[in-house]
Design a binder for this molecule. Structure first.
Ligand SMILES: Cc1cc2nc3c(=O)[nH]c(=O)nc-3n(C[C@H](O)[C@H](O)[C@H](O)COP(=O)(O)OP(=O)(O)OC[C@H]3O[C@@H](n4cnc5c(N)ncnc54)[C@H](O)[C@@H]3O)c2cc1C
Length: 480
């Protein structure tokens, strides 16, 4: 059996990307339908148009990139993919860890032209699905508002929100998806609709934590925002050798803190750092940090605290230097995650596992506060009561052994953690090799999410390797 026949029978990859299917006339018809550009292999602009954030996936060859300029373009792309049984994926910020928004042999719907950010007089923000966090934060700040979100400027609002959206103010304000009031979405049947608590409530529920790439292609969001305030930021560097003491002290200290205090740790073989934010009087913060230092038992070698305006506070966390392999706009690294559900009884054993993973940096972000004030089943994001998320990162540059070596290294940390972590993970830090990924990412919400996927995408138009839709099972050559 040749590769083409095998793929046709297995349905693993539609045949379209392998040859001249769909026929040129069909592509030409699609091109004429679109207000935005269509890039096919060989077209000028195709190599740039297909690029996501991670360089490891540059070898992938989408059959086309649709530079959607209006909702009808998204509908046309979905209809074309459905008719020709091509895989299809939306791309907003392009930061998917496994590169799922660069789909080999399929159609990438690039939403970067949907980049509008409008702040209404009532403080609501209407944001295009292709907008990125940096421009969103800047526009909102100019209007005196804030959307709690991640602090990396280039991440897309769509992927971030659909997976939950954690950030340095979320103990006070909750996840980004908790601020979502409505979304405009093109579903698998090509319909464009607005979903909210009262319109298609199941789909609206699923879009708040159910993960990017599932259910349809979102073209825009309406969020509630909060008033902009100054933020105190802090960072403490502890001497090497105190990693276990810091983690042990932190897991008792952080949950006892007011919601106004959020902190995260960076742990690796050569560092034991803590940073965070506080929305309150600096003197109170100083006393709270003194308490942590007492618990660690070793004074930090560096201690800094600064009150900043909202935007510069966020930028102080977008520290590109601290991320492995990160160039200004693109990067080569892999990530995976676990959620700490309860206090680890043996914190030293946890840190021993982390430090045994070669070249891996661990980022531990606090949960609790407003995140935990929402029930696990109220939105699709299930890890409401987790104490913290653990993210494991390792550079995947060719000189460090590339992607395969990096995945082996992060798996040491991911798989070595004990029962306190269980089958857990954060869907925005997708790991294509995570065993039991669906249970890990969705927990108690998995059955309802699968039912929503069956209802809105019964034919698996949006299926992908870690998607919730059942994959399409057959491919009929010649069917249009
Ligand atoms: C440098 C960096 C910093 C990060 N910081 C944070 C952080 O602070 N907090 C946090 O929670 N996460 C963070 N993440 C993880 C981030 O939230 C996810 O990678 C997220 O999926 C990225 O979204 P995107 O739109 O940029 O990516 P994309 O690659 O465009 O999309 C991600 C997934 O969503 C799908 N998708 C994209 N657009 C749409 C759409 N319009 N409709 C439906 N599906 C869509 C894609 O097909 C893909 O499967 C970070 C990631 C990186 C690389």
């Amino acid at each position: 059996m040749d590769r083409r026949t095998f793929l046709r029978i297995s349905g693993a990859v539609p045949v379209a990307g392998l040859g001249a299917w769909p026929p040129p006339d069909d592509w030409a018809r699609l091109r004429r339908q679109l207000a935005g550009p269509l890039f096919r292999p060989g077209d000028p602009g195709y190599p740039e148009a297909k690029q996501g954030y991670f360089t490891m996936y540059d070898h992938r060859m989408p059959a086309a990139v649709v530079g959607a300029a209006r909702v009808e373009d998204v509908q046309a792309a979905v209809g074309f993919a459905a008719r020709h049984r091509l895989p299809i994926a939306a791309r907003s910020g392009g930061h998917s860890y496994p590169g799922y928004s660069t789909v080999d042999g399929g159609i990438v719907v690039d939403l970067s032209r949907f980049s509008g950010v409008e702040v209404r007089p009532d403080g609501r923000a209407v944001i295009g699905a292709g907008a990125r966090l940096g421009p969103i934060a800047t526009t909102l700040a100019a209007a005196g508002r804030v959307l709690p979100a991640g602090s990396c400027d280039t991440v897309g609002i769509a992927g971030l929100t659909l997976g939950g959206g954690v950030g340095v103010l979320d103990r006070k304000y909750g996840l980004t998806c908790d601020h979502l009031e409505a979304a405009r979405i093109v579903t698998a049947d090509g319909r464009a609709c607005t979903v909210s608590r009262s319109a298609e409530p199941d789909l609206f529920w699923a879009l708040r934590g159910g993960g990017g790439g599932n259910f349809g292609i979102v073209t825009g969001f309406t969020f509630r925002t909060v008033p902009r305030t100054d933020v105190a930021t802090f960072d403490l560097k502890f001497p090497v050798g105190t990693q276990a003491a810091l983690f042990a002290a932190w897991q008792d200290w952080q949950p006892a803190m007011p919601d106004e205090l959020w902190s995260g740790m960076g742990l690796g073989a050569d560092h034991a750092n803590l940073g965070g934010t506080f929305l309150g009087p600096p003197a109170q913060l100083d006393a709270l940090l003194d308490d942590l230092i007492r618990r660690v038992g070793t004074p930090p070698v560096q201690r800094r605290r600064q009150v900043r305006d909202h935007l510069s506070a966020m930028r102080s966390f977008d520290d590109r230097e601290s991320r492995p392999g990160l160039a200004l706009n693109r990067a080569a690294y892999v990530g995976t995650s676990r959620m700490l559900l309860r206090r680890a009884p043996d914190p030293a054993a946890v840190v021993e596992v982390l430090l045994a993973a070669p070249g891996v940096d661990t980022i531990i972000d606090a949960g609790g506060g407003a995140i935990a004030a929402v029930g696990a089943r109220e939105t699709a994001f299930p890890h409401r009561t987790a104490l913290a998320s653990f993210q494991f990162l390792r550079g995947a540059e060719p000189e460090r052994g590339g992607e395969a070596e990096a995945r082996r290294a992060v798996a040491v940390a991911r798989d070595g953690l004990g029962p306190e972590f269980g089958t857990t993970g954060y869907v925005n830090y997708l790991d294509p090799e995570l065993p039991d990924w669906a249970e890990a990412y969705y927990g108690v919400n998995l059955p309802r999410l699968r039912a929503v996927a069956r209802k809105y995408d019964p034919r698996g138009i949006f299926a992908f390797p870690q998607g919730l839709s059942a994959p399409r099972s057959t491919v009929h050559i010649g069917e249009t």
